[in-house]
Design a protein around this ligand. Structure first.
Ligand SMILES: Nc1ncnc2c1ncn2[C@@H]1O[C@H](COP(=O)(O)OP(=O)(O)OP(=O)(O)O)[C@@H](O)[C@H]1O
Ligand SMILES: [Mg+2]
Length: 358
């Protein structure tokens, strides 16, 4: 268990700066998830913590100790990658024991640690097998087991589940969350997967082009994104953005152009829409996707950026080309100025879930 502190960390490859001044603290025992578009620097930042890359400037400290110049083996970390990189000629047991043998750990202690890790991952029965006789999920479990036996202060995961099929991802997601609970350890985890980030993280770090856009608890980012980037990035399907004009606000002049954001799940079906002119969207149905438990209705709305998506519970019988009027609950609106900065939302304007999270 340990705290990880980054202070103004920068990293350049040749002349290109890919991490442009990142400061953050991963608290002891916290599960922090890095998200952001491809190429934004998630893996690089993780590798800087691990010591697999050297930082250009700034400071990395693990467990109170500056470790800019320490090799990975002395940082008390263990990293799990997307590709499991198991040794094919070794049994599962030997794969998991390998780093301990290198470190001259006593034989009986190695056995004890490997068996304990195998039990945590329910993989005792696999110990004598070779990696080629394992499924993808089992291989990933061995890769995680290899990290557990080292008893690191900090686990670093780089998209460990992205090679697995959907069902296995759900299962492994639950296992990793349980691992975090059982071992009570600090975890930094990179993922592309919204559900992984929302469900596993104590806090999410949203990165964009080498900078932190926002750090917060999952529901805080969902309900109170500080800018349009975070608003569009967190949440699936994505938030809709519509042009608007400010009628009243403290910060900007009345009449200024703003962008109004509304999540597909907060667009209300006809009938549930509030009365009056305010909070209405009129458009023409471009496409309907019935998913069973919900339906996605894509509307062509004049002036909107692309199609406007509405997600309703159950099935929808509307057809392409039909004209529809939908409502927006005023409490679910996000408003952004021309620079993309969000106008603050008052707690009272938020749905109940956000109040619990804050
Ligand atoms: N060794 C390297 N030399 C030069 N450029 C690099 C190197 N490693 C990474 N980069 C660049 O740094 C940027 C960030 O890469 P990084 O792998 O951290 O992104 P990422 O957020 O993990 O993306 P993805 O989601 O696709 O894995 C990219 O533009 C990448 O091309
Ligand atoms: Mg990456």
């Amino acid at each position: 268990m340990a705290e990880v502190v980054l202070r103004e960390v920068r990293k350049s490859f040749d002349t290109v700066e890919v991490i442009r001044g990142v400061s953050l603290t991963v608290r002891d025992g916290e599960f922090v998830v890095f998200v952001g578009p491809s190429g934004c620097g998630k893996s690089t930042l993780l590798r800087l913590i691990a010591g697999l890359e050297t930082i250009t400037s700034g400071e990395v400290a693990i467990d109170g100790r500056r470790c800019n110049d320490l090799p990975p083996s002395e940082r008390g970390i263990a990293m799990v990658f997307q590709s499991y990189a198991l040794y094919p000629h070794m049994s599962v047991y030997d794969n998991m024991a390998f780093s301990l043998k290198l470190a001259h750990v006593r034989k009986d202690e190695i056995r004890e640690r490997v068996e304990r890790a195998a039990d945590i991952l329910q993989g005792r029965a696999l110990l004598e097998r070779k990696p080629k006789a394992l499924s993808g999920g089992q291989r990933q479990r061995v890769a995680i087991g290899r990290a557990i036996v080292r008893e690191p202060k900090v686990f670093l995961f780089d998209e460990p589940l992205s090679n697995l099929d959907a069902a296995l991802r759900v299962q492994m997601r639950i296992e990793i969350a349980k691992l975090h609970r059982d071992l009570d350890t600090t975890i930094v985890y990179v993922t592309h997967d919204q559900v992984e980030a929302m469900t596993m993280a104590s806090r999410i770090v949203v990165l964009n082009a080498g900078l932190v856009e926002q750090i917060g608890a999952p529901l805080e980012l969902y309900h109170r994104p500080v800018n349009r980037f975070v608003a569009g990035f967190i949440g699936s399907p994505k938030m809709n953005f519509l042009p608007g004009t400010l009628i009243a606000a403290t910060r900007a002049a009345k009449g200024s152009a703003v962008t109004v954001g509304v999540r597909p799940e907060h667009v209300l079906p006809p009938g549930a829409a509030p009365s009056g002119e305010l909070g209405r969207i009129r458009g023409e149905v471009a496409l309907v996707e019935n998913l069973g438990e919900s339906a996605l209705i894509y509307l062509r709305v004049p002036g909107a950026d692309g199609l406007t998506l509405c997600r309703i519970e159950g099935a929808s019988m509307v057809v392409d080309g039909e004209r529809m009027e939908l409502g927006i609950s005023p409490t679910a609106l996000h408003v952004f100025d021309e620079a993309g900065v969000a106008f603050p939302r008052t707690v009272d304007a938020l749905p109940g879930a956000a109040r619990r999270a804050s």
